[in-house]
Design a protein around this ligand. Structure first.
Ligand code: 5AD
Ligand code: SF4
Length: 500
């Protein structure tokens, strides 16, 4: 079992959630779409893009797959158990399809990309297989299926960012939104299937990102999370009116010499926007709009990004900085391109520049050839950083990855499990320690809604991303900020009351 300390980026409680929208007036084609999503926040954000594309072709959404004409499942391949979950769900859809043979069943996302046409043969009930860069083709593919064929489009693109598609967000709380700023990943960590399922890294047009965040703010949203596999390598060059966008090759060769400075107009001349610049541009949308981002990469996170976070009150003091292992030899086998000392240097820079910053991580136990001593280096890294949260996983070999090709998955399951249990227990202590450090302090909380347990309590998150619970108080509504005095804690929650 993988153990997770939940936060918003890979939210366990959202796995399998169905997306529901309001019908688009005048466009109804009389057919209903059901779409459910698994995996990371990027997948949930992609489902909003899919729903938007299909709403444009007249589909209405339904929350009951038994009533649907088209059933889509947006899938994740990151670990084997994610794929097992999806296969089980497909068996459940088989029952609905046997009662309604006209139903179109489609697999989207990373598993579609990984298994491609093989899916159609293996899972007899699937009619459509569509990879993450081919969603614009969905209306055509559905037509092909209506015409009696099965349809596949798993082409990966070097350009597609869906920048012009405004994602629909109607089953969100109207307060927090995810905004995708880039797609794909060029890092080739040896354990990871993402570069194969989501293709090459490309950054989305900065102007469209700022516009989307501005529109969200105007609609009442108060928090945006900028999403990418490696946000620190975000880089976008405004095309000169007369010249086309550079090819990805040209983009690789470019150096970041000409960079937008604070609040500068995007103007006429080509300018390069890096992640620090983008953060600043989004922070300047409105001081009342909170800005979060995920995921940072230890090899790429710059002091410039840290100073930008420190400069703006509305950029949250929270960084998700996956370490994966605390041992330099294992990091090399993982092809993470940094070592233990480099990572510690980045942690020290965060503590120096943003002393109040919360830090979370991802850690993998039992990677190929990991010894007990090397595992102890991961444990001692946890002692050094005292992470606020961690996502912890047993290594799961993924077909096609560099590690699967080069190294034997040689750590016995029981050892992987024991190492995982050890770091989970350690993390629980540090999460509790970090929460305890907030006792007696006043946190600025963005109220998100009622708490899960009671309509007498509100919940929301602090700047450092801790969940905070406090009694509903007259004059305060979801979407507003409240100052909450922390009176008690668990290892995952701060509990308190509003103070003026
Ligand atoms: N096995 C276990 N964990 C993995 N992750 C990615 N690939 C694997 C794998 N093959 C974890 C990493 C990554 C997070 C999103 O998932 O920790 O940061
Ligand atoms: Fe996978 Fe590494 Fe890219 Fe993250 S940075 S998506 S772990 S290859």
């Amino acid at each position: 079992m993988d153990l997770l300390i939940p936060d918003k980026v890979h939210d366990e409680s959202r796995q399998g959630e169905a997306l529901l929208l309001e019908p688009v007036v005048g466009k109804n084609n009389g057919r209903k779409l059901y779409i459910e999503s698994y995996g990371c926040a990027m997948n949930f954000s992609d489902s909003e893009i899919v729903a938007s594309i299909l709403a444009d072709s007249g589909f209405e959404t339904t929350s009951d797959f038994n009533n649907a004409d088209v059933v889509f499942i947006n899938t994740c391949s990151i670990r084997e158990n994610a794929e097992v979950r999806v296969r089980n769900r497909l068996k459940e859809f088989a029952g609905a399809k046997s009662k309604n043979p006209g139903m179109v069943v489609g697999v989207l996302g990373c598993m579609a990309e990984r298994l491609k046409a093989k899916f159609l043969e293996e899972e007899k009930l699937v009619d459509v297989v569509v990879g993450p860069d081919a969603y614009r083709d969905l209306p055509n593919l559905i037509e092909q299926v209506d015409g009696g064929q099965r349809a596949v489009n798993v082409l990966l693109s070097r350009e597609e960012t869906y920048a012009d598609i405004s994602p629909v967000r109607l089953n969100s709380n109207g307060i927090n939104a995810f905004v995708s700023i880039m797609r794909g990943c060029d890092n080739m960590c040896s354990f990871c299937v993402v570069p194969f399922t989501r293709g090459r890294e490309r950054s989305r047009d900065a102007v469209s990102i700022v516009k989307e965040c501005t529109d969200l703010f105007n609609q009442g949203y108060r928090e945006v999370t900028l999403l990418g596999q490696n946000v620190d390598s975000y880089k976008w060059k405004k095309p000169h009116p007369a010249s086309p966008q550079p090819s990805p090759k040209e983009r690789e060769l470019e150096t970041s010499s000409e960079v937008l400075s604070s609040g500068e107009d995007l103007g006429e001349a080509p300018k390069t926007v890096n992640f620090a610049n983008l953060l600043e541009m989004v922070a300047l949308v409105n001081p009342e709009l909170r800005v979060r981002f995920s995921t940072s990469h230890p090899k790429d996170i710059t002091d410039e990004v840290l100073y930008t976070i420190a400069k703006y009150d509305n950029i949250c003091n929270y960084i998700h900085l996956p370490v994966q292992s605390g041992n330099s030899r294992i990091l090399e086998l993982m092809n993470r391109t940094y070592d233990r000392d480099w990572y510690i240097n980045r942690i020290d820079a965060i503590r120096r520049i943003i002393p109040e910053c919360a830090i979370s991580t991802d850690m993998i136990t039992g990677f190929c050839t990991e010894t007990d001593e090397e595992h102890n280096d991961s444990v001692s890294m946890m002692d050094y950083v005292k992470y606020d949260f961690a996502y912890m996983f047993k290594y799961s070999e993924r077909p096609g990855t560099l590690a699967a090709k080069r190294y034997a998955d040689d750590i016995p399951e029981v050892v992987k499990q024991a190492r995982l249990a050890e770091i989970v227990a350690k993390q629980q202590q540090y999460s509790f320690y970090r929460m305890q450090a907030r006792l007696g302090r006043v946190e600025k909380v963005l109220i998100e809604g009622f708490s899960k347990k009671s309509n007498n309590d509100y919940c929301g998150r602090s700047d450092q991303n801790a969940m905070v619970i406090f009694p509903v108080t007259e004059g305060y509504k979801p979407g507003q900020y409240a100052n909450v005095l922390v009176e008690r804690t668990t290892s995952a929650t701060l509990i308190g009351k509003i103070v003026e």
